[in-house]
Design a protein. Structure first.
Length: 259
């Protein structure tokens, strides 16, 4: 069985004490490829160092996380641009992400988040790269921005998807994949309906480690080795085997990210 963790922050400080062991646990569990989303200039050196140390099982994204959009966001965006468009660097990054809008805490930088998202979407189109979208309490805003950009189809994933079945269908209709993580294992999770009803060829597995650990590890540090619990939950919901979920989601990840 081969799995792809399409979204893990294994370079995060939460793994400073046992990063190599956590990576080995993931590999032992069949998670053969780990995709590393970008956050901002403060976390990027750690991401780059981890990727450099493990080039055979990691791939990187470049982008500005919406919660990192602040007063200096234009300088941060310039750094993302320089990474994506650097001569000879195009093949280093498999996607533009994670980008998006996050209005969970407040809307202070909503306009700036919108501008940053639009700009990075344009770069992804120019470079023919998929996007990794982070959307929190902002589905209507993001769907509206995508509509206003005048494209009927997109290439990318709505990471850690947390919307309704109707919003999931809307995303799929636009061409997006849905990132399914540990939340699908929680009791009474609406994500169960999404994972059960959406087309299997639109689903991707992710952990978002160290966040959102699946049951029975809920509330603890998440890690990529736990991806098998997410895959098993999807298999149970759909009435298929774990191997079928692994084969389908791995094929989806390889096709979307050109792995």
């Amino acid at each position: 069985m081969t799995l792809v963790d399409t979204h893990t922050h294994l370079y995060d400080e939460a793994f400073d004490a046992d990063r190599e062991q956590a990576l080995q646990r993931a590999l032992d569990a069949g998670v053969g490829t780990l995709l590393l989303p970008d956050i901002d200039s403060t976390s990027r050196p750690r991401q780059q160092a981890f990727a450099d140390a493990h080039p055979h099982c990691t791939r990187q994204m470049a982008g500005l996380h919406p919660t990192s959009v602040g007063d200096n966001y234009e300088a941060e965006l310039q750094q993302v641009h320089d990474l994506l468009f650097a001569q000879g660097k195009q093949n280093q990054y498999i996607a533009v992400g994670e980008i998006g809008m996050d209005l969970y805490w407040d809307r202070t930088y909503e306009a700036q988040q919108r501008h940053a998202l639009r700009q990075q979407l344009l770069w992804a189109l120019e470079l023919d790269l998929p996007v990794c979208l982070h959307i929190r309490k902002a589905h209507n805003e993001v769907f509206g921005l995508l509509r206003d950009m005048g494209r009927s189809r997109w290439r990318g994933v709505m990471h850690c998807f947390g919307g309704s079945v109707q919003e999931a269908q809307r995303a799929v209709d636009l061409g997006f994949h849905l990132g399914i993580g540990g939340v699908v294992t929680f009791k009474n999770a609406t994500m169960a309906d999404v994972a059960r009803t959406m087309p299997l060829d639109r689903l991707l597995l992710e952990t978002d480690a160290p966040y959102l650990a699946p049951a029975p590890h809920r509330g603890k540090r998440n890690e990529s080795a736990f991806l098998t619990l997410v895959a098993q939950r999807i298999a149970d919901l759909r009435g298929i085997t774990l191997d079928e979920v692994a084969q389908a989601t791995t094929a989806n990840a390889r096709a979307l990210f050109n792995l």
